[in-house]
Design a protein around this ligand. Structure first.
Ligand code: 4AD
Ligand code: MG
Length: 461
């Protein structure tokens, strides 16, 4: 019988011989007994394998079984002598599957996250990255469950696109042209008609515009995939490649949008508390004290709501404490987000109705002509975790807004046709998946919640 270590640790003592496969995390070699901790990623704590040297005499083999080695251990499950763990494996036979020489970088001492980023191919073998990987997995699964249980259809939107959804110009170009010697038009510009797609193409910053088209047929849809931003932001919460979840709902306004966002976040947080108790205890002890009770508090209390205008009024009173003092019209930056969530509300805050100048072209205009039906969900410690809005579904208003911003109608012709053929109010949002994982685990840097982070000056591995 072959079982994962999580299941073995839950077995009762018996005379049956079982096999445990995995990597040696630690080895404690005494005169009479040798203890190995074997981990296979199925849970945080490994299986303790005990080798009685009076009966197991292949010392040569035992010497080669070092930290990091891949092994198989056969034996019986017995009551643990140490008392700390329930059961352990009393080894009768060992097999060295893949030896691990002494220059293995993950020796027993604790390593810094900076050091581990340089060893991104090995870091999933540490407690921290094993726990992050399992929690990330639970969250991805919960995201699908939430939407599937609520009748949303999963739609895959393209990664290569010709439209800039957010209008921020932070896109990576995709080309097969020879950069040393690109084809040129008569007036000396690069001739993109000769490029692979016959026009300039980019990596998408968001699946929203394509998602909207499907919402106008399927009513409720969601996307969940990679997005790319060539933002030159070297911060603990920005990546150049990150995963985004984007639901889009037809016949829905901003209130409906906020309701879904709140119950969605609570659902995925709860899934982690239910399924990853051991990992969460680890984060609470070693990464962010109180992270479990914070999540419980978030799940059990309603989010705070305020308009941008009210948020600015509150923040202006505290301008002396900020690096960037605010006034009506300014962007709400990370220090302000933290003040609103940590000091004022002490829970997540949804800020709505932002000045049109600081939001994207597609947000529905309010009657004041100055603000738009956008909403950001801000979380304590982290700041913005969700950005969303009710969309401008009125063709004339949308055209007017695009003109103001200098967006070309012909680039968005298909998006505009949605407003012509059976337009309906609709709304949606985007959750930054890595930011959500950061929030749940308390891991301070976004580079440590994705297997292979891509950011300014880094695309290693
Ligand atoms: O607020 P953003 O830019 O919104 C959109 O892209 C909309 N089209 C979403 C929609 O309405 N369908 O991005 C959404 C979220 C942010 O709140 C943040 O959590 C995350 O994506 N995000 C990033 N995460 C990591 N690295 C970056 N560079 C990010 N930029 C945005
Ligand atoms: Mg945003």
């Amino acid at each position: 019988m072959k079982e994962r270590i999580k299941a073995i640790r839950e077995m009762n003592p018996s005379n049956e011989i079982i096999t445990a496969e995995g990597w040696v995390r630690t080895k404690r070699d005494g005169k009479n007994v040798c203890f190995l901790e074997i981990n296979d990623g199925s849970c945080l704590k490994g299986l303790q394998a005990v080798i009685d040297k009076s009966t197991f005499t292949d010392n040569n083999l035992l010497d080669q079984i070092t930290t990091g080695a891949a092994i198989k251990a056969m034996g019986k499950i017995v009551e643990s002598q140490g008392g700390e763990q329930g059961v352990e494996l009393s080894v009768t036979a060992l097999e060295l599957v893949g030896p691990c020489p002494q220059d293995y970088p993950l020796q027993k001492k604790r390593h810094t996250v900076e050091f581990l980023r340089e060893k991104a191919h090995l870091r999933p073998r540490t407690n921290l990255f094993g726990a992050v990987t399992r929690v990330r997995n639970t969250m991805a699964y919960a995201i699908h469950s939430f939407f599937q249980e609520n009748g949303f259809v999963y739609v895959n939107t393209p990664l290569i696109t010709a439209s800039d959804c957010e209008g921020a110009g932070e896109m990576f170009q995709v080309t097969t042209l020879d950069l040393e010697n690109p084809p040129r038009t008569k007036d000396g510009k690069i001739d993109y008609t000769k490029d692979f797609f016959g026009k300039m193409a980019k990596l998408t910053v968001s699946g929203q515009l394509n998602g909207e088209t499907y919402a106008m047929a399927m009513k409720n849809i969601y996307t969940f995939g990679p997005t790319f931003r060539a933002e030159n932001s070297n911060t603990a919460r920005h990546l150049a490649e990150f995963w985004m979840v984007e639901p889009e709902m037809a016949f829905c306004d901003l209130y409906g949008d906020m309701e879904v966002a709140e119950s969605f976040l609570k659902y995925i947080f709860k899934a982690v508390l239910d399924k990853n108790a051991e990992d969460m205890a680890f984060f609470d002890n070693f990464v962010e004290k109180g992270v479990i009770s914070t999540l419980e508090h978030v799940i059990n209390s309603p989010f705070e709501h305020m308009t941008y205008t009210d948020a600015i009024k509150l923040l202006e009173k505290e301008n002396s404490r900020f690096d960037f003092p605010v006034h009506w019209g300014s962007d709400i930056q990370s220090e302000h987000e933290r003040y609103l969530t940590e000091v004022i509300a002490q829970r997540p805050v949804i800020v709505t109705d932002y000045p049109k100048e600081i939001k994207a072209f597609y947000m529905k205009m309010n009657e004041d002509g100055k603000t738009v039906r956008g909403m950001d969900v801000l979380a304590p410690r982290l700041g913005e975790i969700i950005g969303g809005s009710e969309r401008e579904y009125r063709l004339d208003v949308l055209l007017e807004r695009m003109k103001e911003l200098g967006l070309k109608e012909e680039d968005y012709w298909w998006y505009l046709e949605l407003r012509k053929f059976g337009s309906a109010p609709h709304a949606g949002f985007g959750l930054g998946f890595e930011r959500a994982v950061q929030y749940v685990t308390g891991v301070a840097n976004i580079r440590d919640v994705i297997p292979y982070p891509r950011y300014v000056k880094n695309a290693d591995f």
